[in-house]
Design a binder for this molecule. Sequence first.
Ligand code: 3H9
Length: 697
Amino acid sequence: MKKLDTQTVSVAKRGSLLVVTIDNPPVNALSHSVRAGLLEAVNALESDADARAMVIICKGRTFIAGADIHEFKRPMQAPLLGEVIERLDAATKPIVAAIHGTALGGGLEVALACSYRIALDQARVGFPEVKLGILPGSGGSVRLPRLIGVAPALTMISEGGQISARDACDKGLIDAVVSEDLEAAAISFTEKLVAEGAKVCRVSALPVPGFDPAVFDTSRAMLSKKYKGFRAPLVAVDLMKMVTETPFAEAIASEYKVCKDLLVSPQSRALRHIFAAEREALNVAGVGADLRPRDVRRVAIVGPGTMGRGIACCFQNAGIPVILIGRSDDSLASAVKAIRKIHEANVKRGGITADEMERRMALLTTATSYEAVADVDLVIEAVTEELNVKKDIFARLDAVLRKDAIIATNTSFLDIEELAASSADPSRVAGMHFFNPAHVMKLLENVRALKTAPDVLATTTALGKRLGKVPVMAGRSEGFIANRMLSKRTREAQFLLEDGATPQQVDRVLTAFGFPIGPFALADLAGMDIMAAARAARVARMSPREQRCNIVDRLVAAGRLGQKSSAGYYAYDESRKPSHAPEVDMLLEAYRSEYGLAARAITDEEILERCLYAMVNEAAKILEEGGAARPGDIDVIWTNGFGFPTYLGGPMFYADAVGLPRVKEALDKYSELVGEPFFKPAPLIERLVAEGRGFYG
Ligand code: 3H9
């Protein structure tokens, strides 16, 4: 096999074929050396009179996963991907792309510039660029509609989803699907082409098939709702329209310009930041890359309540057997029923088949005795948030578990050190904080205690990935990262009501900022009794002003429990549509007059700044205390756990974009207006501003 100059691409002669192998771990991204290697390979094909065709295949876990994202930070070095694609397209002999894993973005563009595509049946293809705030820039949006039609191409490009090889084959994107030995299959596919005298087949030469022009308006309307605030999906519609109206070569040039412009947009920077931060969050301090996580083959969950049920679903979905431990057969029976309902809803949506649901249900068993957990590798305790109850469970688990089994707690705010100390072996104790609904929410806030063993941390991190979650490691602190920051936003939202804002105004400002739901609509959804219980658990440690601000308790006393009682901060009709509740205005007025508080007009700017900067300030304290390893972890938590708009990059990235001096100025202002205890700038912010730096340098 001839290694080309680039080291990541090699070419071997197989009879009358050239087989080009790309080997650029981890995901065969189109780094400079791969682009140069592909160019050389096409030159080799053209200059070798005996070579009749060429196969492009990749080593490792996947076909090309796209352009090399790390190269986006500096000017691209020639040859650019567009040049490589042009050469592939212009080749005078057939080229076949052999796809396994995922052919994504630039990887799919390479495949589309080949004459034919063959794929393993488990392979997937897609244009995920939109998730990075950009769009295909090397012919993807110009070739795809020619091959599969305008409407399906627009869906793939504007939403960034992946489709299976079989679906791609049905759509005409892939020519053949095989179930094993891709290389042999690709070679015999290509040999047959050669034997039959097949010519090159250029997608660029195809016309754009007929389509319904209404697709642009309907897509625009749908996308602006579904991806509210995101720019690239809407640009995709304009791009696709341009492609249908413009000759091929011109469309290629325009597409490249659109991609380049988007690449330097603030949204793309923010989205790429989150992409990198989610991966960096997997690097946990003190856990070496070579440290093997413990095997997790069977798990138990103690507590068949809402959280326990959702967590059980996560394990079933990942194919891991799970035992649910409860106090009575009745509670377990209703939990199993509820879990089945979750899977049934998935079947109804077309997410899984009924057979698959039964396979998943077969992974679930129940028990009322702790003896049943004797042989599990991990137990997650998900019972009520009472320290003594949890401590008692830890002691009972210690008595029956294998020595190497892990005890994880789903607590959202109890002291992880106290819990760890209640096990005879604190090194086996860690936190795994799931978010409600656990089977839906991507965020997994893992927690480390001082004595947690490094391989236990490696295990909870690896398990998070295996469950399809985005795991982030937090350290000791009340409410860890997520709820500690949230509590500050909740505090400010309540104080704003005291000061004269309305729930509608606060919710409107925060949803206009990009949150999917405002804090008061969210409280109505969660239930005021739950909010009141969370407050009761913390009230003794609250400041006097927070202790006084008992609006939540007053709503509960008035029977306004939120959506479940059709009345909370809002009034709800039968279809749960919220409307203004004059009773809440009256309740707030009564509250203010009881304490002699005067309502004043509050600007939208004040609402936004107080809600956001209270969180950012708390995050700075968490960072300094070591509760979070890096600002990126905080951004990942907020974008995955609370709907902070990913196109703004999370609260820390956003604060840097606003400028830390401006953030500090606002904190100083609210220190005077609301009170020092609530807004005194964190020492880290003071220091960074003095040094002329931001959270990210
Ligand atoms: C594009 O193609 C633009 C063109 O149209 C036009 C240009 C002009 N580059 O996710 P994982 C790294 S835009 C460089 O944990 P998985 C990743 O950082 C691109 N590196 O694995 C990580 O490294 P580390 C369009 C990349 O198995 C490691 O690979 N393509 C790239 O869960 C493993 O990643 C995309 O947007 C990349 N493109 O999932 C695809 N991709 O461990 C983005 C990944 O050092 N990638 N890495 O942090 C993915 O969706 C997933 O990574 C993939 C594998 C599905 C491929």
